[in-house]
Each structure stands twice: as structure tokens, then as C-alpha cells.
Design a protein around this ligand. Sequence first.
Ligand code: NAD
Length: 395
Amino acid sequence: MNVSFRSTYDFLAPSRISFGWGRRREAGSLARSLGHRAFLIHGSEALERLGIVEEIAESLRKEGIETVRLGTIDHEPLVEDVDRMSALLRESGGTPGDFLLALGGGSAIDLAKASAAMATNRRSLTVKDYLEGVGSGLQVEADPLPLLAMPTTAGTGSEATKNAVISSRRPPFKKSIRSDRMVPRAVIVDPELSVSVPPEVTAATGMDAITQLVESYISLRASPIPQAIALQGLALAAPSIVRAYRSGSDRDAREKMSHAALLSGLALANSGLGMAHGVAAALGIHANVPHGLACAVMLPVALRVNLEVREAEIGLLGEVLCGRRFGSSAEGATAALEKVEELCAAVGIPRRLRDLGVRREQLPAIVESSRGSSMSGNPRQLSDAELGAILESML
Ligand code: NAD
């Protein structure tokens, strides 16, 4: 099959990735090289209830690392969340030996990534000034505090990326602070941490990972290492997401989804994304749709829209997703689309924007807010009128 190949590229990744069931218990020994005081930001309350936060603190204690609880987050991070956390860090942290530990989904990890950057980059006290497209253009020039990321959802891959997505309600935006310096220093992916994730979050976050693998593969900025990674991620995720959704304690399914999510982060950080993620950010801002769910709803449409310019690539994805060969790219591409639609239906993803609470009068604002870094990687350029018509047809 004749797929594209970019012959010049860079590849960025965390310095150390430790993957494996139960490996949270090694947090202390793996964190030793990062420092001796950990500022902890964590997500879900379930982690506290299940004793996981304490278990990790104990593992750090055994290695002589003090844990300072900086805060928790139960929503996708807002500018004010980052500003509050980074003020706390500036007051009490930032001395040699300090590092951040993020335990949670993409929300907790992004909050920690942005706060770690704001703790050492002090030209402004608000992260807004560092956000792409809405800020005053400040750049992350100093290394952030080191970060150990421990994802508890299998979705965003934020543990392996160089950006943090930060939202604002007034004015409404969802934008990234981004720098090569922001890739977490160390990552522990313990798939057992995702066992308590409820089915609907398993579905949305898992489809987020699949969307990232697909979009990075066909992106205008697609590059060879992420493309190779994406194929393995999709081959593992396609047969696992429904099992993880139906049976949260299925170890094999959780392991494969956690690995696929990690790969999706490595892929997106080095290849960019596309239309599904562009629109997903806008759906998050204007209709408060959780990130993964928005990506999942948009993925079949994004595949259809890009089919004519990426038939060979989508054809190959069809073979990987279905685990069999097809006679032609066109057949493979059709199979890719059908498979994605089948997976979405099997994990309860709605098809229509109105099912997400989107109203017709919101569409112009959604189109406008879809224009960000993700959309710039979409293989087919879409005018506002075209994008508006696509979204109208999805209402
Ligand atoms: P999330 O972190 O918001 O978590 C979703 C829900 O699951 C929350 O209610 C959380 O409390 C709960 N949860 C998390 N772990 C749990 C566990 N182990 N058990 C029970 N419940 C648990 O969702 P997410 O999809 O992981 O992250 C979304 C955020 O990540 C969005 O803001 C999105 O924009 C961002 N994102 C960032 C990147 C990046 O590269 N930086 C990439 C994609 C998405």
C-alpha cells in the first residue's frame, strides 16, 4: 500500500515510561531521581476512597520523599484553577528537589503540567498569557518543575504530550499552553488505576485515544514514528474498548487500552491531530461536552470528510482496525468507517449533536472556536461554510 512518508522529523517523548499492572507501588523508587518533595495534584475522589492516594504517598515516604497535597480537580481545568495552583506552588515550592506528581485523568495531568510551567515562568501570573491564540504570546522559556505523571483514565495520553489544555467560561475558549519543555519527565502507567473508571467514562476516554491514533495517523503533520505507533495502538484498542466498557475489571482489556492511550499521546504530540479534535474543543466550550465524548461523536464524520484525500491511509487503518486484509484501499477505508461506527455504537456514543445538548443557534460560535492547533492538522481544508454545513447535518 502506498502510504505517505515524511523523511525529516523530530520525536519527543518522556525520558522514562514505566508501564505495568500494580506499578504505582514503585512510585517512590521511580521518583527518587526527580527530587525529595512531591507536590501532588489528583483527580477523581475514587482514588482517595480506594486508598490509592495514600498507597502512593507511602511508597514515596519509604524513599524519603515528602508528599505535599496541592489540590484536587473534578472538572476540565480552567484558567483560574491553574492560576490558583501555581500561586500555591510559587509560595511554597520551587526550591531544588521539588517536583509535581499528577495522579488522575487528563484534567489532573494538564492542571499539573500547566502549574509546573507557571511555577518557573513568572513573566505573568496568569496562564492565559501563555495560551495559544488568546494570550499575550508569552512562551515557556524556563524548564517547568519536573513532573511525574500517573494517568488513571485510558484516554488522553496527556502523560506523554507537550501541552496542557486549559479552558475559560468567560470569555469562552479552550486552548493549550505548549512547549517541548512541558513533556512530563517520568511516567508511570499502571492500568490497574483505570479499573474504577465508570463505563461511560471508559467509553469516552477510550474513543478519545482511538480518535488521537486515527487523526495523528492521517494528519498533515503526520510523521513516521507516530505513524508506526498509531498502528499498534489501534490494533490493540479496537478489540479491547468494548470489553473494558462492559467489564471494568478485565485486566487484559484495561492493559491494552492504557497502552493504546499512552501511544496516542506519543503520536499526537509528534504529529498533531485534525478536525474531530478541533470541533471537540469547541463543543467543550460552548456545550460543556466532555472532551472524549466530543471526539468520539466527531470521529466517524472526520473520517468521511478526509476520505477523498487520505484513502490509502484510511484503507490501511481499516485493515488494522478489522484485523484482516481488503482487496483495495477503498474497501479498507469503508471498513474503517464501519468499524469506528460499530465501536461507537457498542460503547453507547450518540451520533447526533443534539444528543449532546447542542442547539442550532450555537453552531456559528462552534465553527469559530474550532479553529485551533488541532484543526490546522486536518488533511482537508474546510471553509467555515463547509464546516457549518457538516455540523448542521449532524444536529
Ligand atoms: P478527566 O480527567 O476529566 O476524568 C473524567 C472523569 O473520570 C472525572 O470525573 C474523573 O474524576 C473520573 N476519573 C478519573 N480517573 C478515575 C478513576 N481511576 N476511577 C474513577 N473515576 C475516575 O477526563 P480525561 O478524558 O482523562 O481528560 C480530559 C481532559 O484532558 C480535557 O480537558 C482534555 O482537553 C484534556 N486533554 C489533554 C491532552 C493533552 O495532550 N494535554 C490530550 C487530550 C485531552
